[in-house]
Design a protein around this ligand. Sequence first.
Ligand code: ADP
Length: 510
Amino acid sequence: MMEHLRQTRSPGIRVQLTLWYTAIFALLILLFSLILYTTLQAFLASGVDSALQLRAQQIASGVSSESGKIVIQDVTGELPGLDAIATPSEPGKGTPTTNQTGGPNGTGQYGTQSDVNFGTLVRILNGTGQTTYISPAFHALSLPPNSFTNSLHGIPWRDTITAHNGQAVRVYSVALSDNGTVFGVLQVGESLAQLTATLQSITIALLVITPFVLLLGAIGSYWLAKRAFRPVLHLTRTTREIKAGDLHRRVPVPRARDEVYELALTFNEMIGRLDQAFTQQRRFVADASHELRTPITVIRSITDVALEEPLGFDECVEALRDINAETERLSHLINDLLVLARADEEQMPLEQELVRLDLLACDIAATMEPLAMERGIKLQLQMLSPASVFGDTARLILMIMGLVDNALTYTNAGGVVTLGVEVHGVLARLVVRDTGIGIAERDVAHIFERFYRADSARSRLASGSGLGLAIADWVVRAHGGSITVKSQIDQGSTFTITLPLAPTHTGARQ
Ligand code: ADP
């Protein structure tokens, strides 16, 4: 099922990318086609207009006005039917004068000449709007009246007209003048069949080519997406192969410093952190098991001996006392382990109350005094500045007592243990100083680790678990503070706890 999900998910992005690429590509082709079509249309249309204007100029050069009559000379040789309407009074001159009653009907008379697509489209009108000459094909056109009036007033008129057969025709209408005097209007037209055909073939070409181009584009995009995602897939495969047991492995980092490179680095950093956490956890479990086994082994051996041979009353009491001591040690250990386990899961709620650190130090010194006296150590208070912090009184007491207990444990008789509270700006500092055995430099960096005990401590106090400072470190950090140590072998150690002062510190002092 998982395998199936994985397989369906990874090509998804590639397909999505391909679809996006293809959609953008299609949009670009559409835009390009539109621009190409409209530009070409405008270009061809302006070509037709220029050609019409030129033709009109040529025809107009053969048209003149002689005593009110329009005389047409076929300069371009493309005015069909001009001979048929020529006035026989001027035979053979080729400059016939048209009659004024209108041109020949033309339709059917001249074959293709009457077709707007092939025939000549010319009409000449006199100043009153009467047709002097009309080519057969021109009959298929119905021009609006303003085509004549505009031209007569010196404004050339041009428009696209639909002929009777539905064909679009471009018509140009211009005034005929002689020495500045307008005597008629010349109208020339040209079928736009050629232009339409050209545009149509371009449209067909685009319609045929576009799907192929899109298909090629889609295949190309899919291939590219597949290629781009190959390192990611490789990364996924390798990451999947890494099990909890082999967290020392790392994913391959590509040479190119791209996004995949960053991803691989991030993965490796994450695996590194996991590896560290796993190692710590494993060591913690191993150390905890070891520490738990010691008192149990002791209890086992006491009971074994007791069961083997009957004990006297005093021996029985002795055995029970030993068992009791070991059980107490076990119970301490389990308590400490529970505190740390809950702290790891962040399930240890802390009270938030105003605590006077200096008063706390006073009380703790009084409580620990008998123990100090028993060990021949002088426990003294020094520089007790009033300092209030927000926190959990019970946890803070246990933490400070643990530090004082350590100081008393690792200091020989005749030594001095000092407890002090100072205020520095917004910080309160609690100092526990001793003149004891000190801590070797190589151990200082590790004493806050769980179960870590310096060799000198092992020989001194067999029952220590090495969890006290780890718990103290957690308590201080949970209060937003920090704990540091300065120590010198055989000179003594100074533990400094820095905690943020409560905002109401000044108020609390009174
Ligand atoms: P434990 O005291 O049970 O061994 P802790 O976590 O309290 O465990 O302390 C860790 C180690 O730090 C001790 O084993 C000891 O080596 C060292 N240590 C702590 N406090 C002192 C001190 N005041 N003087 C010298 N060494 C100390």
